[in-house]
Design a protein. Sequence first.
Length: 500
Amino acid sequence: MTKIVNHWIGGRTAEGASGTYGPVTDPATGEVTTKVAFASVEEVDAAVAAAKEAYLSWGQSSLATRTTILFRFRALLDAHRDEIAELITAEHGKVHSDALGEVARGLEIVDLACGISVQLKGELSTQVASRVDVSSIRQPLGVVAGITPFNFPAMVPMWMFPLAIACGNTFVLKPSEKDPSASVRLAELLSEAGLPDGVFNVVHGDKLAVDRLLTHPDVKAVSFVGSTPIARYIHTTASANGKRVQALGGAKNHMLVLPDADLDAAADAAVSAAYGSAGERCMAISAVVAVGAIGDTLVEKIRERAEKIKIGPGNDPTSEMGPLITKVHRDKVASYVAGAADEGAEVVLDGTGYTVDGHENGHWIGISLLDKVPVTAKAYQDEIFGPVLCVLRTETYEEALDLINSSPFGNGTAIFTRDGGAARRFQLEVEAGMVGVNVPIPVPVGYHSFGGWKDSLFGDHHIYGNDGTHFYTRGKVVTTRWPDPADAPTGVDLGFPRNH
């Protein structure tokens, strides 16, 4: 019997009422294992209404109440991390170790939310004028929404909702319809932790559900992670409807390797950063820029390592890389490799014909490595979102920096060098929101914020960290003046000496 994933509204499962369902596929076999209910406008409205009703009390709840529940949720999340990782592997396809890593990174933000009382401390200035004090406080927004991608079905939602609800908001999540089960399990754990009904809701669906969240008058803010075209649409549409928006888009992350770099370390980093999670992550290194004469040696070292990666089902403990999320996506990724030579690239490794015995219908693709890629090639210009690494050659640091800064994306970047002065120049001169120095994937820890520049971010706020807290709250400044108690009206004795 096919499993059905339903909505979570008002603290309980809400069976789909629209009659529309989407298929959820096991990427390792190609088989449809699950149906997910797609929400109608009325079902989205019901989720928002539940969140709005819950906000009346949750928005006024004490910090101690909120953090106590989040601490309990954290303990449950830790206890069930293997179970959640198995759900991720079954629907996304990533290997179990990658899925566990995803849950661990989500836990970092739950940790941050558990300590939200420090982030929400206000400011006070006394005696700004005679008997006048000024204080600044931050208050929740109300109902906020999150729209999240398929590649991290547990982690990215946890980049959003723990901070949002810790700040006193209520939340409506619209996860990817390709791997929806993890989000519902998180909702169940939140309920088990004691979160009041309606504070966290999950609605599944497609563009219809997304558009309703973007235009609903009771939704005050929208968080999004996904491709750049959709991020731009989310930002434009939600902003036009008066909402606060943080929309994180796509990337083409470059790793600059200088001639003095440890090439073995650089090759190890390039392989893990390019092919980990099958390249389906916005922080993947998809372009290595080799400076000077090291290019041939570096490419050979990358090739040697890449050929040894074991590709197989995510639930096989010996697998190091799993399949891609859908057959359509697999074919699109393969098309970039198939057309690379005609665009002037040298195809060092071609993984497009890869298949796994016994799982021939899975969405398989092997490792691809393209060298001497022109900047005009589609494989370089587009975000491929798969296990394809492009290597570009430059003669100088300045040429490499100009190449990187000319990209329309500015999510993350890295430099590999032994020279501290060169690294310092790069981190100041490169136009990207996150920079790694001998670190290939510079995803910040939870108490620093994540976000890019240029076409990788739409909106003023990065996600989680201090930016996350500020995004989910709004500031209020209170100016207060009290008369001196010695000036109390005649007949009122407060025990102070009279001034007159």
